[in-house]
Design a protein around this ligand. Structure first.
Ligand code: ATP
Ligand code: MG
Length: 285
């Protein structure tokens, strides 16, 4: 029986959350050894640990069948891969920044300027689309210091909080793309691997559906049930259970984390009691 081979970042920002995805999908990976290639004990999957730069190519040519990598790397490398799913972590943006002492006048500001970046292909395409000519200087790291040492007039780099830009006297002036970790796959997988991938995707969807959600149990007087159901609508039909006290019922519902407190207050106002909130592990539809 074949294994599905997944390429993950060996260390760095995406490593831990990529492994969490496998773990939450019930796939056990032996981690102690941190070898280049490890096999799952309970699912036909093996993990290949790589630098993130190499993941798109490895998946495109079929050395790995699937991979987890930043969309920025996929776009920059330009290899032929299928993007199967956005994974909602590793979020960042790729932005143009200039020294904060400059007066920024819009995109035409960059005409004839020198821009330092580790993402020359994405930047080239962006400027071509906007008909701006500028000199792209590719450098591998510490892009943000290029303007202060006279190497460039501006930079194009990854930004998440913006703290690094500020501490280097730079101001973000254009967001060129938003990125997050994505699940990618080889353009063609054989039938056996396709079946394993299908099962993997099924588990992944269930894990992701439960993200940012909680399970709520609420006791409510019977005459307030309808009002309560407007506050916490259920996924299909509401789960409504009678309590020992005949005047009362319990509602079970799945709610978004962000709405939890607001909804609890609304429920208390109409007479709800004993609100229990539990963590939700998986939603299997
Ligand atoms: P490797 O050693 O694997 O080449 P790296 O140093 O190139 O690692 P990391 O810094 O670990 O890469 O970042 C990996 C990915 O995390 C980035 O390509 C990007 O998609 C995402 N990311 C999210 N936020 C940030 C951030 N603030 N800075 C850099 N990358 C970020
Ligand atoms: Mg890298």
């Amino acid at each position: 029986m074949e294994n599905l081979r997944v390429a993950l970042q060996s260390k760095g920002r995406l490593n831990e959350k990529s492994l969490d995805i496998l773990r939450n999908a019930g796939i056990r990976i032996e981690e102690s050894s941190r070898r280049l290639l490890t096999m799952s004990e309970n699912f036909p999957l093996e993990v290949l640990y790589l630098r993130d730069d190499d993941i798109p190519q490895t998946v495109s040519c079929g050395i790995a069948d699937i991979g987890i990598v930043g969309l920025n790397e996929v776009e920059e490398r330009g290899f032929d891969v299928k993007i199967l799913k956005r994974l909602k972590f590793g979020k960042c943006r790729l932005s143009l920044a200039v020294p904060k002492t400059e007066t920024y006048t819009g995109l035409s500001y960059f005409e004839g300027k020198r821009i330092a970046t580790s993402y020359p292909n994405i930047l080239r395409r962006f400027f071509e689309k906007n008909s701006i000519n500028c000199e792209i200087r590719e450098i591998a790291g510490s892009v943000e210091i290029a303007p202060s040492i006279g190497m460039a007039d501006g930079i194009f780099d990854i930004v998440s909080s913006g703290g690094t830009l500020v501490s280097n006297g730079l101001a973000e002036v254009e967001v060129v793309m938003h990125s997050e970790a994505v699940l990618i796959a080889s353009p063609s997988l054989d039938e056996c691997k396709d079946n394993i991938l299908e099962e993997f995707m099924f588990r992944l969807e269930s894990v992701m559906l439960s993200k940012g959600k909680k399970y709520m149990l609420v006791n409510i007087p019977n005459d307030k049930v309808e009002e309560a159901l407007e506050i916490i609508p259920s996924m299909k039909s509401p789960t409504l259970l009678p309590l020992a006290d005949k005047e009362w019922s319990a509602i079970h519902a799945v709610v978004e984390d962000d709405d939890l407190w607001k909804k609890s207050v609304q429920l208390k106002k109409i007479g709800a009691e004993d609100i229990l909130v539990l963590s939700l592990e998986k939603v299997i539809l």
